[in-house]
Design a protein around this ligand. Structure first.
Ligand code: CA
Length: 223
């Protein structure tokens, strides 16, 4: 039985323009009332995640920066440091099209940027030399520390709530969800997910951008 549902935000409970899907919110509310724990893990910054938790009534922890930082029970916990990603962004900004993203002022464990796609391979190779990784959330690029990913965050949740892997359902749509889709948890995705995420999923909905939440919750007997 599923005890914890871990949701990506952008493209999973929102549309392409990042507008929240009211049907997805309603499904979350029903699940919470049934005693299921919900958690959000996004590439976004922790003030935004705090807002989402508050206004959507998310009952579990929320993570920002792809799992690098967590808010729960009035506390913020940081699992990684931003100094490497910040220095790397300074470095590649000088030698490529990489442009810092304005939300970096609120980032505490990573850095975000935009770039022309032809620079991707070069920046990716450079990041490796710095022992960092670049990850695409489809909305922006993220410079992450080694092992800083959504899989790491789901591991923290498993321990925190003393769960078995198969009591956790993860739902996500893009490459920054890959690490949590590698875990022996239950996995579902919307139709708009990347082919890679679809190939890792136990359940692929025919619906997209938040409308898959109801399907996925039914599939795993939560609704
Ligand atoms: Ca996403």
């Amino acid at each position: 039985m599923i005890e914890l549902v871990v949701l990506d935000v952008d493209g999973t409970i929102t549309d392409q323009n990042r507008i929240l899907n009211p049907e997805a919110i309603s499904c979350i509310r029903t699940g919470v009332e049934k005693g299921i724990k919900f958690s959000l893990i996004s590439g976004n910054v922790i003030p935004v995640m705090f807002g989402l938790k508050t206004f959507l009534g998310i009952n579990g922890p929320v993570f920002g920066e792809n799992g690098g930082i967590m808010y729960y029970n009035g506390n913020i916990e940081k699992f990684f440091d931003k100094s490497g990603p910040v220095k790397f962004l300074e470095y590649i900004s000088k030698k490529s099209s990489a442009t810092p993203y304005f939300t970096n002022q609120w980032r505490e464990t990573s850095a975000a940027f935009s770039m022309n796609s032809e620079d991707k391979d070069m920046i990716s190779r450079e990041a490796e030399k710095w022992n960092l990784e670049i990850v695409d959330s489809k909305f922006t690029w993220h410079i992450m520390n080694r092992n800083q990913n959504k899989g790491y965050a789901v591991g923290i949740l498993k321990k925190m709530f003393n769960l078995e892997w198969n009591e956790i359902l993860v739902i996500g749509d893009s490459d920054n969800d890959n690490a949590m889709f590698q875990l022996p948890v239950k996995k579902a995705c919307p139709f708009n997910a990347t082919d890679h995420i679809k190939s890792l999923s136990d359940y692929v909905s025919e619906k997209s951008y938040g409308y898959e939440i109801k399907d996925a919750m039914k599939e795993f007997n939560i609704l």
